[in-house]
Design a protein around this ligand. Structure first.
Ligand SMILES: Cc1cc2nc3c(=O)[nH]c(=O)nc-3n(C[C@H](O)[C@H](O)[C@H](O)COP(=O)(O)OP(=O)(O)OC[C@H]3O[C@@H](n4cnc5c(N)ncnc54)[C@H](O)[C@@H]3O)c2cc1C
Length: 443
């Protein structure tokens, strides 16, 4: 790999791109951002502003006893432009950080445009020069040309274009009186936790599933799904027993309480090594969040379920990060090229922004010939980076920040949030001090 020199190219002026660009620019590095809008737009963006929020105007909660709150605390310490603009454009929304979306994007656009080290070119970047330091932050709606470049650089035949996400449940909220561990056809195994339903409960569940409110489809999504990841409510509409022959099939499973095969089963798969978070297998859904909670609570083992993440489906572009990315977010196959934002397989506005800061710091370290490692998995930023870059046996699925991906902590449920938060804080402070010393900078 040739040593790259000169300015850094940032492809995409979205949430991750602006964070990466400003992280570098503030440290004296010249940056050129390529943003294709307004000349060429995406199916979800409607303005020419940088950092446009394409859907909800909420950046989620700020409570430092939640994973989202911890993530924000770390990003604020790193000088996040997204969070500083959000706090200036905040609108009342209880504990959530909701913003006036136009004022927010205008504030970010102004900060970035005014920076003397940043040049903004309003054009699509259609190729990547592997000899130049480049951060690709082109988002879930990456242009086809750029998707093709990344696919060929990473040797992946195609990137993923639909994202099917199943809910993730807090293990401590599962009613174990109504669940049992077993793999299909297998001796007892801790890998799958099965939630059986009798016939009456199954019929009631399907009926409520079909009646439940669904999140509005974006026009471009034209409701075509991969057959392999149909939303459960779409599948249920194909017939009363469709789910029983699909993701809720009970074959190969015996309920130890009855010694018989249940009428239907929802399988939960461990989401992490600690086993404190479980994914609902094959349960991708686009019901609204309150409806997911209501309908899923009809499953006896999940009647008090708390969710680390709700299910969703939307168009997405992301790489198989555990295969193609190093921990500093550079590509294994092209060391001068870094990825940031949703394309790395993180999910959400704030998570994408956080990886922009990390990519900026990684490139800064490269320029300064300094060592760089992201923070540890007990921090929120470090948990995201570990999630996307650690090898996994299951097919890689994007994730937002949640306690289920942060390093496990053996603590009673009541004190878990408090202890996770204080552990994250001390670990992050240590990392920050070491990193800034290595970079020869003040934070
Ligand atoms: C339909 C939809 C709804 C969503 N709703 C939510 C939500 O409610 N809450 C939430 O937290 N997250 C939501 N997300 C996810 C959210 O959009 C992302 O998490 C976040 O915007 C990702 O930030 P990013 O910087 O990676 O990408 P973006 O913010 O999308 O920025 C990427 C930028 O790159 C530009 N670009 C693309 N290709 C090129 C190219 N070749 N050259 C130059 N520029 C290019 C685009 O125009 C865009 O400005 C949604 C995503 C989609 C698609």
């Amino acid at each position: 790999m040739k040593k790259a020199v000169g300015e850094v190219i940032v492809a995409g002026g979205g949430l991750a791109g602006v964070e990466a660009a400003l992280t570098l620019a503030r440290h004296g590095v010249p940056v050129t951002i390529y943003e294709m809008r307004p000349a060429k737009t995406t199916p979800a963006h409607t303005t020419d502003l940088l950092a446009e929020l394409v859907c909800s105007n909420s950046l989620k909660g700020t409570d430092p006893l939640t994973a989202h709150g911890i993530l924000k605390r770390e990003m604020e310490a790193l000088g996040s432009v997204v969070l500083s603009a959000a706090s200036r454009c905040r609108i009342p929304a209880g504990k959530a950080l909701a913003v006036d979306r136009t004022a927010f994007a205008e504030a970010v656009t102004e900060t970035v445009s005014r920076h003397p080290n940043i040049t903004i070119r309003r054009e699509e970047l259609t190729s990547i020069d592997p000899d130049r330091l480049t951060i690709v932050a082109t988002g879930p709606l990456t242009s086809d040309a750029m998707a093709g470049c990344i696919a060929s650089l990473t040797g992946t035949p195609r990137l993923h274009f639909y994202d099917a996400i199943s809910p993730v449940v807090d293990a401590q909220s599962i009613d174990m009186e109504h669940a049992f561990f077993a793999s299909r056809w297998d001796a007892p195994s801790m890998d799958y936790l099965n939630c059986p339903l009798d016939e009456t409960t199954y019929r009631a569940f399907v009926s409520e599933l079909l009646k439940a409110d669904r999140a509005k489809a974006h026009l471009f999504e034209d409701a075509r799904y991969f057959e392999a990841c149909l939303p459960v409510e779409v599948l249920a509409g194909r017939g009363a027993d469709a789910l029983r022959f699909g993701p809720m099939r009970p074959v190969g499973l015996l309920d130890p309480r009855t010694g018989r095969r249940p009428f239907a089963v929802v399988q939960l798969r461990r989401e992490n090594l600690a086993g404190d978070a479980y994914t609902m297998v094959g349960f991708q859904t686009r019901l609204t969040y309150p409806e997911q909670k209501r309908v899923i609570s009809l499953i006896p083992a999940l009647r008090h379920a708390e969710f680390f993440r709700f299910g969703s489906i939307h168009r997405n572009t992301y790489v198989d990060s555990p295969q193609v990315l190093n921990r500093d977010l550079s590509l294994k196959a092209a060391g001068n090229v870094y990825l940031a934002g949703q394309i790395t397989g993180v999910e959400g506005y704030v998570e994408s922004s956080a990886t922009g800061i990390v990519a900026g710091l990684s490139v800064l370290a490269r320029i300064k010939d300094a060592a760089f490692s992201p923070p540890g998995p007990e921090t929120a930023i470090g948990a995201l980076i570990a999630y996307i870059t650690s090898p996994t046996q299951a097919p890689f699925q994007p994730s937002n920040i949640n306690f289920g991906i942060m390093a496990a902590l053996d603590a009673p449920r009541k004190r878990r949030a408090e202890l996770l938060s204080s552990r994250a804080l001390s670990s992050f402070e240590r990392w920050m001090e070491n990193t800034m010393r290595a970079l020869g900078e003040r934070a």
